[in-house]
Design a protein around this ligand. Structure first.
Ligand code: AGP
Length: 601
C-alpha cells in the first residue's frame, strides 16, 4: 500500500530517493518523506503532506539534503491521518533510529503501551513509530547490534512489514526486514538500492535480490548480507530483471491508463505466446486430477474469475466457484478432494488474496497463482504460479493485466478441457486459433475509440449508470462498472439483466444511462428485451456487442469464440470510463482513495 526506497553509495541520496518514490507514487500518495545522512553526521528527516511534489519542493528536489545514504517513503494511510505528523520516516524517541515501513503492525497498540511503560513517547498515531521505538529498545537493552535488535522486533511483530532502517550508531549501513509486504535490493557499481518494487530502481540497475519473508539484511555501498531471524547468514543469488525501463514510463501517452489500454494486444499476445507452442498449450504444470476449482481474488481480478467460471465450465465441464478473497478467508471454506484454488492477482501482494492462498494451503488444497508481478508474494507462496506477461501496470485501474489474466485463464480452461476430453482435437485447435486471433481483434476494437470518446463527452455529467448482461456478458458488466466507478467516480451498477425487473428497475427513470453487453448468442435476445424495458421507462440505452439488437448507440466488436468474448466487450467500457474521467478533469491514473496494490486488509 505504501512505497519505500533506500540508497547507499557514492551519489547524493536525496535526488535518487525522490526519483524512486515518484515511480512508486501509485502505491500510495497522501504524504511522503526522506531520511538522509552525510557520512557519520546526524540523520536528517524531511516530510510533507500531500503528493510527492510537495516534498520535492520542500527539499529543492533533494538538493537541500546532503548525504550518500538515505531512505524514503510515499504513504497510503492505514493508521493515522494522512498528514505530516504521520508521514514516514518515523524516528525513535531519542531520534537514533529512523524507519520507513510498508504494511500493518497488527499488535502495535499493545507494543506501544509496553514501550510507554519503558519511558518511550510517541509523536504520531502510526504503527511505524512503534517499530522505531521497539528496535531502539532492543538495541539499547541487548547491546548486540542492529541486526539482533531487528530480529527481536521481528519476533514480537504480528502483521505485515517491509522496513528500511537507519541507525545513528551505524553510519554507512542500511538495514531491512520483510514479512508479507514486497521488497527488493538492487545492486549497482559501488552503490546499492532498496525498493518496494523494481519500477523505482530500474534506471539504475537490473540486478535485484528478492527479499524473502522473515529475512533481514544489512546493506552497505559494497553489497548486501541477508540473515534469517536467528541471525544466520542466508546466501542469495541476484536475478536479472528484463523489464524495459521505457515500459515503466508513459511512452508518449497522456495517462498510463490509456497507454495500458493500448498495450492490451501486446499483453495478451505475450502471455499467450509464452504458453502456446506449435498449436499446443504448455503451462509447465500438470492440471490432471483437478475435479473442481475455487477462484479467490479481489476487484477486477475477481471479475476475471467470474468470467473464467463460465469459460471453464463450458469448455471443461469442471465446477468452478468464485469467491471474494476477503470473504473466503473467513468463511471456513469447504475444499473437497481434487479442489484447485486459483488466486488471481496482478500485484501478487493483495493482502486478502495472499491470506486466501494461505488459508487454502492450511486446509490442504492445491494452490495456483495467476500473477503479473515476478517474485511477488502470491507467486512465491502458491504451490504453482502461472505468470501473465502484461509488463508493469502503473495505472491504479487495471486494464492490460486484467486482459492478460483472462487470456491465461482461457488457456487453463482449454488444457482442462483437453485433459477431461470434453474438447475434441478439432475443437481444441479451433479455440487455440481463436485465442491467437484475439490480439488483432483487440486492436480492431480499439479503433472505435473516437465514437466512444464522443459518447463519453455527451454523457460526462451522468450520475447513475447501469450495465446489464447475462452470463459472460454480466461478468463484463462487473468489470465495466468498476472501471467507471474507479476513474470517473460515477455511481454504476452491474446487473444480471434478468434480475433487474425484480426490484431495481424502480431506479430507472428519464435519462438514466443503461449500457447492455450482448455477445452471448444464447441469451442476448433476452437482454435486448430487458433493455427495451428500461428504454420504455425513459432510460438512454447503449449496447456493446457483435450485432445491433436495440435502438441507441451501438459499439460493435468483432466476432470471436463466445467463451472469449469478454476480452473484446470490455474494451469499449474501459475507454468509456477513461474518457469520462478525462472529461471530468480527474486524476485518471491515481483516483482518489485508491492505491494500486491493496496490501492491507
Ligand atoms: C482494479 O482496477 C482495481 N485497481 C482493483 O479492484 C484491483 O483489481 C484489486 O485490488 C486486485 O488487485 P490485484 O489484482 O493486484 O490482486
Amino acid at each position: 500500500m505504501c512505497g519505500i526506497v533506500g540508497y547507499i553509495g557514492k551519489q547524493q541520496a536525496a535526488p535518487i530517493l525522490l526519483e524512486g518514490l515518484k515511480k512508486l507514487e501509485y502505491r500510495g500518495y497522501d504524504s511522503a518523506g526522506v531520511a538522509v545522512r552525510d557520512g557519520a553526521k546526524s540523520i536528517q528527516v524531511v516530510k510533507a503532506k500531500g503528493k510527492l511534489s510537495v516534498l520535492a519542493q520542500k527539499t529543492e528536489d533533494g538538493k537541500a539534503l546532503y548525504g550518500t545514504c538515505g531512505i524514503g517513503h510515499t504513504r497510503w494511510a492505514t493508521h493515522g491521518e494522512p498528514d505530516e505528523r504521520n508521514a514516514h520516516p518515523h524516528r525513535s524517541t531519542d531520534g537514533s533510529v529512523a524507519v520507513v515501513h510498508n504494511g500493518i503492525l497488527e499488535n502495535y497498540r499493545e507494543l506501544r503501551e509496553e514501550l510507554k511503560d519503558c519511558g518511550y513517547t510517541f509523536a504520531s498515531q502510526t504503527d511505524t513509530e512503534v517499530i522505531a521505538n521497539l528496535i531502539d529498545f532492543y538495541l539499547k537493552r541487548d547491546r548486540k547490534g542492529a541486526a539482533e535488535a531487528i530480529s527481536r522486533f521481528m519476533e514480537r511483530a504480528r502483521g505485515s512489514y517491509a522496513i528500511a532502517v537507519m541507525f545513528e550508531e551505524f553510519a554507512g549501513e542500511l538495514y531491512l526486514a520483510r514479512k508479507d509486504s514486497p521488497m527488493i535490493v538492487g545492486e549497482g557499481e559501488g552503490e546499492m538500492f532498496v525498493a518496494s518494487d523494481a519500477a523505482a530502481i530500474l534506471r539504475h540497475t537490473r540486478k535485484v535480490y528478492f527479499v524473502d519473508d522473515f529475512t533481514l539484511a544489512c546493506v552497505r555501498a559494497d553489497g548486501v548480507r541477508f540473515f534469517d531471524i536467528s541471525g544466520n547468514p542466508i546466501p542469495k543469488e541476484y536475478q536479472l530483471l528484463d523489464i524495459d525501463a521505457e515500459a515503466a514510463g508513459k511512452g508518449g501517452y497522456e495517462h498510463f491508463m490509456r497507454k495500458e489500454i493500448y498495450e492490451q494486444p501486446r499483453a495478451v499476445s505475450d502471455t499467450l505466446s509464452h504458453y502456446i507452442k506449435e498449436g499446443d498449450i504448455d503451462l509447465g504444470i500438470s492440471l490432471h486430477g483437478v475435479k473442481q476449482i475455487t477462484v479467490v481474488a479481489c476487484g477486477s481480478a475477481y471479475h476475471v474469475g467470474v468470467t473464467l467460471q463460465y469459460a471453464i465450465e463450458k469448455l471443461a465441464r469442471i465446477p468452478v466457484r468464485v469467491e471474494l478473497a476477503s470473504e473466503f478467508r473467513y468463511r471456513d471454506p469447504i475444499l473437497g478432494e481434487g479442489t484447485l484454488v486459483v488466486a488471481v492477482s496482478q500485484s501478487g501482494e493483495t493482502a486478502d488474496t495472499l491470506a486466501a492462498v494461505r488459508e487454502a494451503k492450511k486446509r490442504g488444497a492445491r494452490t495456483l497463482g495467476i500473477v503479473n508481478v515476478l517474485g511477488s508474494s502470491v507467486a512465491r507462496e502458491a504451490d504453482d504460479v502461472l505468470y501473465t506477461y502484461a509488463g508493469p501496470e502503473i495505472a491504479v485501474a487495471t486494464t492490460k493485466a486484467y486482459s492478460a489474466q483472462l487470456a491465461l485463464g482461457y488457456l487453463v480452461a482449454l488444457v482442462l478441457g483437453k485433459n477431461n476430453k470434453t474438447l475434441s482435437e478439432e475443437q481444441f485447435a479451433r479455440y487455440v486459433s481463436a485465442l491467437q486471433e484475439l490480439p488483432s481483434k483487440i486492436e480492431e476494437t480499439l479503433r472505435s475509440e473516437s465514437e466512444i470518446k464522443a459518447f463519453a463527452a455527451r454523457h460526462a455529467d451522468v450520475h447513475d449508470v447501469f450495465m446489464i448482461g447475462r452470463g459472460i456478458d454480466y461478468a463484463v458488466c462487473m468489470e465495466g462498472a468498476l472501471k467507471l466507478k474507479e476513474v470517473s467516480y460515477v455511481h454504476t451498477e452491474a446487473y444480471a439483466a434478468g434480475e433487474l425487473k425484480h426490484g431495481t428497475i424502480s431506479l430507472v427513470e428519464e435519462g438514466t444511462l443503461v449500457l447492455g453487453v450482448l455477445t452471448q448468442s444464447g441469451v442476448f435476445e433476452k437482454t435486448a428485451s430487458n433493455l427495451e424495458e428500461t428504454s420504455s421507462r425513459g432510460a438512454i440505452v447503449a449496447t456493446v456487442g457483435t450485432k445491433k439488437l436495440c435502438e441507441g448507440q451501438f459499439f460493435p466488436i468483432p466476432e470471436t469464440e463466445e467463451p472469449f468474448a469478454a476480452s473484446l466487450a470490455v474494451l469499449p467500457l474501459q475507454l468509456l470510463a477513461y474518457h469520462i474521467s478525462v472529461c471530468r478533469g480527474l486524476d485518471v491514473d491515481k483516483p482518489r482513495n485508491l492505491a494500486k496494490s491493496v496490501t492491507v486488509e
